[in-house]
Design a protein around this ligand. Structure first.
Ligand code: GLC
Length: 563
């Protein structure tokens, strides 16, 4: 361990109970099924994560966010939850969960879990009870059931299209229909029902009592709906103002009544539990409501995911978001990759129109491309430069497993091995927003070793096929290479603890428009050359560089300067 690491750990220990730990945390997202497989069934598990806590500690992150690990039929990779207060037997047990939390806390890593409140799995006991109890029952009242149109009710209540393509209504045996914003297996809850609200409060308490430090709230903007007797058409819905606060389906003002109750619960803990909203809303003012201190406290900002590798776009996004954070009192969040998006090394290796989307709102969800279209080295070079730009910013950084290895998206997965409903429901029609290869390519199990079954992911195979090129990106290979992306992340995450200070930055004007230079209040400086040509190197003590530097700052390179 370097002396830098020692300094960091002392600081972290002394602020263990600090209520503001989340404000500038580096949060590492683990997609449990694809992280590490302890028992050899091809699916990652909690024991696998526990066994890798030393890896996470050495990486230097402040918290992990666990994507769903609850019992699930896996119709949507676990975002179809059958029981909110248990662990999927393929992933482990509650005792394994407690063991994992203990191990992470002992390593000074906080734990954030994913909460999926808009919909359950159709396997959830409540949905099964709703099917059994029949129309008009209290059990059906927990979900959104409607009679169909047409003489015999044989037509769906409206022509709405699900987020994954295909109809948003499915008919049940007695002829009624239920609403599912996502896959058929994900019935939407009725958040007007007090019972639903109380049950989620019980779920949050359940995990908070087990020592969870915070929650990531799935599609936080969708919970509360106001459906009139006469439903508008999809075209009418699309034409409505999504920022009005009274849209029938999304981002309604009254959804914040739910989060006010959640906040009261979070604040009853010491330290208060934190939350971050995944809210796809139409403008910064609407997003700020989720980030408010009387609500969830923080909201994802996906703006950089939709940006090209471009200085002007990056600067405008950073400036806007820091101004917003000032207004809400929350801290800004920064994200390049997650389990829903094409990995950023790949996005930056594709021609701009393919790599970053132009479709408002869903731009960052554009899927991967065949490998031959990809500038593999260039994509990774730009991703390293962009990530080191991001890690210097004030606010919290959300990192996605595998990006620390510089992994590219896996573009080639046979159709019969694909799992993503967004792909399977849309692949033939290419309708709606998921018009590419879906999200499986960023969910392929991690390569820990350069050879062996499933590259060390587990003792046997992996639930999604890993390509041969994973060998060179394995933890084993990169650990041994001082210039690897893994060692770059380790160094940056270590230095970041000293770089972070007051949540501000000052832009330093540069002579070249493609170069961005900012200074933090404690004197640390970050300089990124977004252009292809080398430029003059700024004066100062370089402590980190994404490419070898001489007396010039090469193209597509970031350097950190310490005071
Ligand atoms: C969120 C999740 C995504 C999931 C969807 C439905 O967007 O991030 O993975 O498919 O919600 O739960």
């Amino acid at each position: 361990m370097t002396s830098d690491t020692t300094v960091t750990q002392t600081i972290t220990l002394s602020t263990r109970e600090d209520e503001t730990w989340w404000r500038q945390a580096a949060v590492y997202q683990i997609y449990p099924r694809s992280f590490a497989d302890f028992d050899g069934d091809g699916i990652g598990d909690l024991k696998g994560i526990t066994a890798r806590v030393p890896y996470l500690a050495e990486l230097g992150i402040d918290a992990v966010w666990l994507s769903p690990f609850y019992p699930s039929a896996l119709a949507d990779g676990g975002y179809d939850v059958a029981d909110y207060r248990d662990v999927d037997p393929r992933i482990g047990t509650l005792a394994d969960f407690d063991e994992l939390v203990t191990a992470l806390h002992a390593a000074n890593i906080r734990v954030v879990v994913d909460i999926v409140p808009n919909h359950s799995s159709d396997q959830h006991a409540w949905f099964q009870a709703a099917l059994a109890a029949g129309r008009g029952s209290a059990e059906r009242g927990r979900y959104i059931f409607r009679d169909g149109r047409g003489e015999g009710g044989e037509l769906p209540p409206s022509d709405w299209v699900s987020m994954f393509g295909g109809p948003a209504w499915t008919r049940v045996a007695d002829g009624q229909w239920y609403l599912h914003t996502f896959a058929t297996e994900q019935p939407d809850f009725n958040w007007d029902a007090r019972e639903v609200r109380d049950d989620f409060l019980a779920t949050l308490r359940f995990w908070a009592d087990r020592g969870v430090d915070g929650f990531r709230v799935d599609v936080a903007h969708l919970l509360v709906k106001d459906l009139p007797a006469e439903l508008p058409s999809q075209a009418e819905i699309d034409a409505m103002d999504a920022a009005s606060g009274s849209h029938p389906l999304l981002d309604r003002d009254d959804v914040h009544e739910v989060y006010a109750e959640w906040r009261a619960l979070f604040d009853s803990y010491d330290p208060p539990r934190t939350a971050v909203a995944e809210a796809h809303v139409s403008n910064p003012e609407r997003r700020a409501r989720y980030a408010s201190a009387t609500g969830l406290g923080q909201a994802f900002n996906f703006d950089l995911m939709g940006a090209d590798f471009d200085a002007a776009q990056f600067r405008a996004i950073v400036t806007d978001n820091l101004a917003q954070a000032d207004l809400t009192g929350s801290s800004s969040t920064w994200v390049f990759s997650n389990h829903d998006a094409t990995r950023h090394a790949t996005r930056y290796g594709l021609p701009p129109a393919r790599g970053t989307g132009k479709k408002a709102g869903t731009a960052w969800m554009l899927a991967g491309a065949p490998r031959e279209e990809l500038d593999i080295e260039g994509g990774l070079r730009r991703a390293r430069a962009a990530t080191m730009f991001l890690l210097g910013l004030p606010g919290s950084a959300y990192l996605y497993q595998g990006e620390e290895l510089g992994l590219h998206e896996v573009g080639v997965i046979p159709r019969d091995r694909r799992q993503d409903p967004a792909y399977l429901r849309c692949a033939d029609t290419r309708e709606w927003s998921f018009d590419g290869l879906g999200r499986d390519g960023c969910r392929v199990p991690l390569p820990w070793r350069s050879e062996g079954p499933s590259f060390g992911f587990g003792p046997r195979g992996a639930h999604l096929p890993q390509p041969a090129w994973f060998a060179q990106y394995s933890v084993e290979a990169e650990d041994a290479d001082p210039a690897s992306t893994l060692n770059l992340y380790r160094r940056a995450l270590d230095l970041r603890h000293r770089l972070q200070s007051a949540e501000r930055l000052e832009w330093v004007e540069t002579s070249a428009p493609e170069v961005l230079h900012y200074r933090r209040p404690n004197g640390w400086e970050i300089v990124t050359n977004f252009g292809a040509a080398a430029v003059a190197l700024p004066a100062g003590r370089i402590v980190l560089a994404t490419e070898p530097v001489t007396d010039l700052l090469p193209g597509e390179t970031t350097v950190w300067l310490a005071p």
